[in-house]
Write a new protein. Structure first.
Length: 158
C-alpha cells in the first residue's frame, strides 16, 4: 500500500507546556501554504483546527504527539519565519508593544495587527479568531495560547 505524506519543513522550536515542562526540538509545518507563497507559518499552523501534532525532541529518533490545548507557548527562532507578518518594517499594519501574563509567567514583545484600521486596537487583536497570538520578542516568535492569557498590558514600561 502506498503511504501518502504531506511535504513538510522542519522548524526548530521550543515548547512550554501548560504543566511547566519545556521541550526543545522540531515541529513540521506544511511546505506550502494556501494563502501565500512558501511554507505555512508557525502561527497559521498552530491555529489550524487539528488538535494534535508531532514534535521531535532533540536527541530522539521518534516524535511524540502533543495536544495544542496543552501548549502554553510555542516559540520559533526569528529567522525561521522569514516572511511572517510583523518582520518587515515597511509592512502595512499596526505594531504594538505588549506584556502578556499567563498566570505568573510573563512575556514581552511586539504584536503585529494586520486588521482594518477600525479594528487596530490590542483588544481587537486579542479577540480575533484563533487559538494563539503571535508576539515577536526580537529573537523569537512566541505563539501564546489565547485561552491561557490572564492579562495584557499595552506599551509596558521597560
Amino acid at each position: 500500500m502506498v503511504e501518502l505524506k504531506v511535504p513538510t519543513v522542519a522548524l526548530p522550536a521550543e515548547i512550554l507546556g501548560t504543566d511547566g515542562r519545556r521541550f526543545v526540538g522540531r515541529i513540521f509545518v506544511p511546505a506550502t501554504a494556501s494563502r501565500h507563497t512558501g511554507s505555512m507559518r508557525a502561527e497559521e499552523w498552530m491555529d489550524d483546527p487539528a488538535s494534535f501534532f508531532p514534535f521531535l525532541a532533540d536527541g530522539t529518533s521518534s516524535p511524540v504527539i502533543l495536544n495544542k490545548r496543552h501548549v502554553l507557548v510555542l516559540s520559533v527562532p526569528f529567522d525561521a519565519e522569514r516572511d511572517a507578518p510583523g518582520k518587515e518594517e515597511d509592512e502595512a499594519g499596526a505594531r504594538r508593544r505588549v506584556r502578556v501574563w499567563c498566570d505568573e509567567r510573563e512575556f514581552e514583545g511586539t504584536i503585529h495587527i494586520d486588521m482594518p484600521e477600525n479594528q487596530s486596537r490590542v483588544l481587537d487583536y486579542l479577540n480575533r479568531p484563533g487559538r494563539f497570538i503571535g508576539v515577536w520578542d526580537g529573537q523569537r516568535h512566541l505563539l501564546i495560547q489565547r485561552d491561557r492569557i490572564t492579562r495584557v498590558q499595552e506599551n509596558p514600561e521597560g
